[in-house]
Write a protein that binds this ligand. Structure first.
Ligand code: ADP
Ligand code: MG
Length: 702
């Protein structure tokens, strides 16, 4: 894609003082974000190893991980196949063979016959009976005591040995301020004090069950999860309060037949659906207020969000203010808003287009139109809110395809918006913000991350759509699929062929798409086949799109640049190659490109075998439902919320302990408690946020 999404503004790094040089493990700690004692105290074990018990070798089952203690019978380097150290030991119950493919000469010496070893590893039955490959081994005396507690195993890194981390966590746990912040009676019943919970998880008492700890439903875990969710809800409540104090221009007043809004409705070739009418009313009510709107409009692909955006723009312009419409990339901005502009321009509106590729004189001209206020509508990519763009009176920003941005980008966007509107009439006014997304946010996710967001939903499609049938085939059926294309084209209809997305490499994408284009052109003589990919110059893309829209081009081979915004009602078949590589939401978006006309439409998902069980589940979900909400729900279940939110881009998972799927009861409790805590103990609320979120609290305000 040509446009780079907004990068968050990184806070300036503190100037380096003449601090003592840090050791490699210390630096590694910082890299993991473990700066404060409390951070270390909250760095919880991934798992626990039970080294408190010894198990007789004879009782071990295949695949069991256990600790045994046995004397060396024999130790030698085996040179026959791969050079390896082979040690035979015996604990009186049975013999066991240890094999080391990497070893030091000192091991050979210290594992002398008669020496007692404490060995921990996984038992296998090999060619020579019981064996363990690369167990951990310690030379011991018969009276060397066993540890009393389970041994924690932490998320570590190559620079950060477990032993170092264990020590660091242990001493941080002593120092960290872990006093109870919640007034007595406010904590849900059954949860232990935080200090106790952490002590237990880091240093499980003798006799603890490693399995139960692993399951993460132990009360100690519950306490941590609750505290984390509470911190997050507190941070959001604060963000909400901050927003309530902001001011925006109220956009209302203009009424009657001469307004842009009324004329637009009259000019539309269709009537609004009931859902569209409801949503437009919700948005207008928000715009009439003097607090900035912060609303998400979610609606399935094809539910008609664009016209809602156009009506919101009209309300803004009728009130005498400017509106900016943004899409994540240039091609999307073109395709998305061309229709909208096509509705509004004939009504006498000056529209400014701002995209990354518009440079020089053309750009200066647009900037002047925006700065003078001559252009009440500005359309483009996020280039629209770059530093050198000055709006005369920006009052509404609409961001389309919001789901393609991560939380961090959303935050940066809001910061930029604040700057773009600038001080007006001596007061600092914020523009209203409308975000649109075809990927609905599941309820738990909305509660956890978007508490600061009002949501409108288009839950109805415009009339006259034919449902899309989705079929899943192995790539070996490719020839049959090509036959189907021939039939479709012969019947006068058009076809999309979507090539896989190879992450990291646009170059490989291009090669694949080009090869597929050649292959399909050869297989379908007489059919005009076009190619569209992200690297093409904008003008060339537009030319290809135009040929396809006009029906001159029958088959369009494309990378995912067509994901959103393309509207060709005559297209009735879509083939997605390597469908297993796409996200469900993305497939759903793609599929929405067909089924826009009266003809029955089909989406073929081709996959390359073998498919993982999850991969099968995902494609099955696509075939089973056309409902974007249901798909989003399943996507969340399969992938987890991190990826869903684009947290992968931000490199920071937002919840470390709680799981939104499982912990909704705790989430409800935290949601209830947050406002009370702010009211009754604001100091504690602030400390709770700092304790759990530290510098990460910023993410949650987005
Ligand atoms: P999306 O919500 O995916 O952005 P669009 O706004 O692109 O959907 O709308 C999809 C198509 O439906 C467009 O061609 C649009 O003009 C048309 N459309 C929108 N609203 C209606 C309606 N109420 N009746 C009929 N067609 C509509
Ligand atoms: Mg759209």
């Amino acid at each position: 894609m040509a446009d780079v999404p907004l990068q968050p503004q990184a806070p300036p790094l503190p100037k380096a003082k003449a601090a003592p040089a840090r050791s490699a493990p210390q630096q590694a700690l910082l890299k993991l974000g473990l700066a404060r004692d409390i951070d270390l105290a909250l760095h919880l074990p991934l798992r626990w190893e039970d080294e408190t018990r010894l198990v007789p070798i004879a009782t071990l089952r295949e695949g069991e991980v256990a600790q045994v203690q046995a004397s060396v019978r024999h130790c030698q380097v085996d040179e026959r196949r791969r050079r390896q150290l082979v040690v035979r030991v015996d604990d009186g119950s049975a013999e066991l063979q240890l094999r080391f493919l990497h070893f030091y000469a000192t091991q050979l010496k210290s594992y002398a016959p008669g020496v007692l070893l404490r060995i921990r590893g996984e038992l296998r039955f090999g060619l020579f009976g019981r064996e363990m490959v690369h167990p951990s081994v310690k030379v011991v005396q018969p009276d060397t005591p066993l540890p009393q507690r389970l041994t924690p195993v932490y998320p570590a890194s190559s620079q950060l040995p477990q032993a170092y981390l264990r020590k660091a966590v242990g001493s941080a746990l002593q120092r960290a301020p872990l006093g109870e912040l919640l007034p007595a009676g406010l904590l849900p019943p059954g949860l232990p004090p935080l200090r106790e919970a952490l002590q237990l998880l880091h240093q499980p008492p003798p006799g603890s069950d490693a399995e139960a700890l692993q399951q993460r439903n132990h009360p100690a875990w519950q306490r941590l999860k609750f505290d984390e969710l509470l911190a997050q809800q507190l941070a959001q409540a604060e963000a909400q309060r901050v927003r309530a104090a902001l001011r925006a221009p109220p956009l209302a007043g203009a009424e009657g037949g001469h307004t842009l809004g009324t004329r637009l409705l009259q000019a539309l070739p269709f009537a609004l659906t009931a859902a569209q009418q409801r949503v437009v009313a919700e948005i207008r009510a928000d715009l009439a207020r003097s607090q900035p709107m912060h609303r998400l409009l979610q609606g399935d692909v094809g539910s008609g969000k664009t016209v809602v955006a156009a009506l919101a723009a009209a309300t803004t312009i009728d009130a005498g203010w400017q509106c900016a419409l943004m899409a994540p990339t240039e091609i999307l901005a073109e395709q998305h808003f061309r229709k909208l502009v096509g509705w509004l321009e004939p009504l006498g509106l000056t529209v400014a287009w701002l995209t990354g590729s518009r440079k020089g004189r053309a750009r200066s001209k647009m900037l002047a139109l925006i700065e003078s206020g001559e252009a009440p509508l500005v359309v483009g990519t996020h280039a629209v809110i770059q530093d050198d763009v000055r709006f005369a009176r920006l009052a509404l920003a609409v961001v389309d395809e919001q789901h393609r941005f991560g939380v961090v980008q959303r935050l940066a966007l809001r910061a930029k918006l604040g700057q773009a509107s600038g001080p007006i009439d001596g007061t600092s006014l914020e523009p209203h913000l409308l975000m649109m997304s075809a990927t609905p946010i599941p309820r738990t996710l909305a509660m956890a991350y978007f508490a600061d967001l009002d949501v409108s939903t288009l839950d109805e499609l415009p009339p006259g759509r034919t449902p899309i049938a989705t079929r899943v085939f192995a790539d070996s059926k490719r020839d049959a699929v090509i036959e189907r294309i021939r039939d479709e084209v012969a019947a006068g209809r058009q076809v999309y062929w979507v090539c896989p997305l190879v992450e990291e490499s646009e170059h490989v994408d291009l090669q694949n798409a080009t090869a597929t284009h050649a292959q399909l052109s050869a297989a379908l003589p007489g059919v005009r086949v076009g190619l569209l990919h992200g690297r093409m110059p904008a003008a060339e893309k537009a030319a290809v799109m135009q040929l396809f829209s006009q029906g001159e081009m029958k088959l369009l081979v494309a990378t995912t640049v067509i994901e959103v915004g393309v509207d060709v009602p005559n297209a009735s078949l879509m083939v997605v190659e390597h469908a297993e590589r796409f996200g469900l939401a993305q497939l759903h978006q793609l599929r929405g490109r067909v089924g826009r006309g009266a003809a029955a439409s089909v989406c073929v998902l081709l996959y390359t075998a073998p498919l993982s069980p999850t991969g099968k589940d995902r494609l099955r979900a696509m075939a089973e439902t056309n409902d974007g909400f249901e798909i989003a729900r399943r996507d969340l279940a399969i992938r987890g919320p991190g990826e869903f939110l684009g947290a992968r881009q931000s490199g920071d998972a937002l919840l470390r302990f709680a799981d939104l799927q499982e912990d909704d009861a705790l989430l409800e409790a935290a949601r209830e408690l947050a406002p009370r805590l702010w009211a009754e103990a604001p100091q504690a609320a602030r400390q709770q946020i700092d304790r759990f979120l530290g510098g990460r609290a910023e993410f949650l305000k987005a």
